[in-house]
Design a protein around this ligand. Structure first.
Ligand code: HEM
Length: 103
């Protein structure tokens, strides 16, 4: 089911310490502008872990859902230190927000 992007924007508060939605704005993590559909580990100028660079997948909804549920399970060795979002509705809403935001 499609998520609620307005609620997803609130969920994004848990990401905003480390990620911006502004294109090119690097923080502890890479900018997430335009992330849905992009190949993992490819924001220019950001130094990723070897694990993220080797992942090799596009961030489709399925891959993003698995990563956000448990980053270190989906990509062992990732440098993203975040426990994950256990609530599936929160993940769906957040993914709707990430998909809808201006590239
Ligand atoms: C990487 C999403 C929370 C730090 C990533 C990537 C995504 C993502 C999709 C891969 C980016 C790419 O392929 O270009 C999120 C979301 C979060 C969240 C949606 C909230 C639910 C956090 C937090 C931190 C963080 C709280 C810091 C404590 C990082 C770092 C990377 C990363 C350092 C690079 C990981 C690596 O190279 O292995 N994040 N993130 N993220 N994130 Fe997050």
């Amino acid at each position: 089911a499609a998520g609620d992007a307005a609620h997803g924007k609130m969920v994004f508060a848990r990401c905003a310490a480390c990620h911006s939605m502004t294109p090119g704005k690097k923080m502890v993590g890479p900018s997430l502008a335009g992330i849905i559909g992009r190949k993992a580990g490819t924001v220019e100028g950001f130094t990723y872990s070897p694990a993220m660079k080797a992942y090799g997948r596009n961030w489709d909804v399925k891959a993003m859902d698995a990563f956000l549920a448990s980053p270190k399970t989906a990509i062992p060795g990732t440098r993203m230190i975040f426990a994950g979002l256990p609530n599936a509705a929160d993940r769906a809403d957040l993914i709707a927000y990430l998909s809808a935001a201006p590239k």
